[in-house]
Design a protein around this ligand. Structure first.
Ligand code: GRF
Length: 225
């Protein structure tokens, strides 16, 4: 007889794929990261903590933010990480902003671009300068619900699970090869805020190992492919 058990979610993810097996995410080479953030910067801080804990072999060379009041800048100050404000309103075009971003990243010797809540559409100016090295995080299970208000989109659609995705960025918004995803169940009484806060817990889990995975893929040493 098959025993049927009811899984308890306890407000956590039911699935992360690929699974995070710490030994598989060890990197020989230290990655030099440049982070782009527009808002709170909790993902930026999660990456910094993962580095400090010795889980991700990387250094955050600089964080670039585009909104003068972004909390990410405050976090950078507390973490002792250089923060550069590039206010998008001061640039004539997306390309002009991206050109300034590339220049700043090169100045700080960053080799990887980590879009951690970067609310600007990126152009080939940035993508071509860091080919296969631009990583984005999005609060849905892509390809579902790309674009803004992804959490609200999932609630409106009535889906029963959503989650978050870390992927390589490409010209199309919230597209590009998927590196890692975490599933988050939607609870009956969820609001956009409660759901987003549970999604963010998973974002903080998967972002650092997904960065390692991107590096391993580029070196062709990814044991998971
Ligand atoms: C995250 O939910 C991320 O998926 C989305 O923007 C949010 C940024 O959060 N792209 P934080 O600034 O890292 O706290």
């Amino acid at each position: 007889m098959v025993e049927i058990t009811t899984p308890t979610f306890q407000n956590t993810s039911v699935l992360i794929s690929p699974p995070i097996i710490p030994e598989q995410f060890q990197l020989e080479e230290t990655l030099n990261l440049g982070v782009l953030a527009s808002g709170s910067g909790s993902n930026f801080e999660a990456i910094a903590q993962s580095i400090a804990a010795g889980k991700l072999n990387a250094r955050i060379q600089v964080i670039i933010y585009n909104k003068p009041k972004a909390k990410a800048a405050e976090r950078a100050k507390n973490l002792g990480i250089p923060a550069v404000l590039l206010d998008h309103r001061h640039y004539k075009s997306r390309e002009a902003l991206d050109f300034a971003i590339v220049k700043t990243l090169q100045e700080y010797q960053a080799d990887w671009v980590i879009m951690a809540g970067w609310m600007r559409i990126v152009t080939s100016t940035l993508l071509d300068a860091f080919r296969d090295r631009v990583i984005n995080i999005h609060p849905s299970l892509l390809p579902s619900f790309p674009g803004i208000k992804a959490v609200e989109q999932a609630l409106d659609a009535g889906v029963k699970v959503t989650g978050c995705t870390v992927h390589l960025a490409c010209l199309e918004v919230d597209s590009g090869p998927i590196l890692m995803q975490a599933v988050v169940p939607i609870l009956a009484d969820d609001t956009a805020e409660t759901l987003h806060s549970r999604i963010q817990i998973q974002e903080h889990h998967i972002f650092p190992p997904a960065i390692a995975l991107a590096a391993k893929r580029l070196q062709n040493t990814d044991p998971l492919v």
